[in-house]
Design a protein around this ligand. Structure first.
Ligand SMILES: [Zn+2]
Length: 165
């Protein structure tokens, strides 16, 4: 069963691909090569904005994309997909920064944003979205962990924000 069956949304698919996600859905997922986000969420091309980075972390740039997605492309649902055996799990941030500093002569201004617990990071990601003032739809933020060994998708948490009138 797909995410959208769980949500019981109306099946209002249009055949016209106008660039606005037909399912009003934005996905934030890790860039991990083992994850086929469309297959994991039972999505077709045209149904979602898919934003990916190392860890599926809610960075400033992910907020930028989500804000454009909600304000310009009419999405209102956010689905987060983290996964087991993620490279950002227990990421050696200090050592990584040292290596970059040796190479470039300076440390990066950004953090690699690793985490110690994948489920806790899903909850932290939901919290970052809930606290962001620019996003206007926060009532339906759903967090999942994908198991790269079994191919199972496990629900972790959803936002606790009620939709504004
Ligand atoms: Zn990952």
């Amino acid at each position: 069963m797909g995410i959208l069956d769980v949500l019981d949304l109306p099946d209002d698919l249009t055949t016209e691909l106008d660039g606005k996600p037909d399912r009003h859905l934005a996905v934030v997922a890790c860039m991990d090569a083992r994850m086929d986000v469309y297959r994991i969420l039972d999505l077709e091309v045209g149904e979602a904005n898919v934003i990916r980075n190392a860890g599926g972390v809610i960075t400033d740039d992910v907020i930028r994309s989500l804000t454009v997605s909600q304000w310009e492309l009419e999405t209102s649902i956010i689905v987060l997909v983290h996964h087991t055996k993620c490279g950002m799990l227990r990421f050696p941030e200090a050592e990584f920064r040292e290596r970059l500093a040796e190479h470039a002569g300076a440390r990066p201004e950004w953090s690699a944003d690793g985490f110690d617990d994948v489920e806790r990071d899903v909850r932290e990601s939901i919290r970052r979205i809930e606290l962001n003032p620019f996003l206007k739809h926060k009532h339906c933020v759903l967090g999942y962990v994908y198991d790269v060994d079994t191919g199972e998708r496990r629900f972790v948490a959803r936002s606790k924000v009620l939709e504004a009138a």
